[in-house]
Design a binder for this molecule. Structure first.
Ligand SMILES: Cc1cc2nc3c(=O)[nH]c(=O)nc-3n(C[C@H](O)[C@H](O)[C@H](O)COP(=O)(O)OP(=O)(O)OC[C@H]3O[C@@H](n4cnc5c(N)ncnc54)[C@H](O)[C@@H]3O)c2cc1C
Length: 271
């Protein structure tokens, strides 16, 4: 009898599949042909979130949910508008789907996750180093510092191949005009290429900037460092920081992908 009761009634209606999509694409601004700033609005607030964390962003494609982690650039006060800074890869599956979306498209956004988060209680100056879209979580940390009128000094190194990729320069300059001290050091790694002919700022890779910075400001060896972006930059910066005397426990890193030519590491768990 018990067994029979647990069986579904023969004509019971099938349970509705929970809707996967929970957010709407409301804005996409192309910084270059392969870099874009996306904004999605969630149907309900994101919930618990710490600056530096990522969400999984997904789309149903050919009957399958294709999703990848993306660091949050900012979350508005309602907790529903999420900004993301995304690079389109030549053969990237999800990034090309995202580029083809129309505004109003429905997407899936998972809860905020990740351990690469700002330590708000650490009052020492911070060293923030990002390459390309690796700037995203560092922006979230600075946005949070601005919202709290936190006067801890920040040095921000943003490494890019082409100066046109220096998205957010004007937002960073706006923050600099406020109460949060930010020493902004953008650097362009391919100064001799034609696309960089209008650039007269610092040149070289992010790690070279780090080495120079630590020579000029030795007190920064006591600064916590937040590194985000490609694996080669993270390795090189970690080596430079350790060689200068930065404590291993003061180096926090978020790697966006496996080193080129190596088997990709499994993505962080997604919602
Ligand atoms: C915690 C975390 C946060 C991330 N945040 C961001 C973010 O804010 N913005 C962003 O653009 N990406 C971010 N990524 C990378 C992102 O999740 C995807 O890997 C990327 O968008 C490619 O997805 P795809 O489906 O287009 O490419 P796929 O079809 O998955 O193919 C990607 C291939 O390219 C490699 N790859 C992945 N990313 C890059 C890259 N940037 N440059 C060169 N090769 C790469 C992968 O290792 C893989 O071999 C993050 C990754 C992690 C782990």
């Amino acid at each position: 009898m018990t067994m029979l009761r647990s069986l579904p009634a023969r004509n019971a209606a099938p349970r509705p599949r929970p809707a996967l999509a929970n957010a709407t694409l409301v804005s996409r601004v192309e910084v270059t042909g392969t870099l874009g700033v996306f904004a999605v609005v969630l149907d309900a607030p994101l919930g618990a979130y710490k600056p530096g964390q990522y969400v999984s962003l997904g789309m149903e494609n050919a009957g399958e949910l294709v999703q990848r982690p993306y660091s949050i650039v900012s979350l508005d006060r309602t907790g529903t508008r999420v900004e993301l800074f995304i690079r389109r890869l030549p053969d990237g599956r999800l990034s090309n789907i995202l580029w083809a979306l129309s505004l109003g498209a429905r997407v899936r956004v998972g809860p905020a996750r990740g351990l690469f988060v700002l330590d708000r209680d650490d009052a020492r100056p911070r060293l923030l180093i990002g390459t390309g879209t690796g700037l995203a979580p560092l922006l979230a940390m600075l946005d949070d510092a601005c919202a709290r009128a936190d006067t801890t000094p920040n040095v921000l190194i943003h490494g890019v191949s082409w100066f046109a990729e220096l998205a957010y320069a004007s937002r960073i300059r706006d923050w600099q005009a406020g109460s949060v001290p930010i020493d902004y050091r953008p650097t362009v790694s391919r100064p001799d290429e034609r696309r960089n002919s209008g650039w007269d700022g610092p040149v070289g890779r992010a790690e070279a900037q780090v080495e120079r910075l630590l020579l000029d400001h030795p007190a920064l060896v006591d600064a916590p460092a937040y590194l985000c972006g490609n694996p080669d930059m993270i390795d090189a910066c970690r080596r430079a920081l350790l060689a200068a005397g930065v404590a291993p426990t003061d180096i926090h890193a978020e790697q966006f992908h496996a080193p080129v030519g190596q088997t990709p590491q499994p993505s962080p768990r997604m919602a």
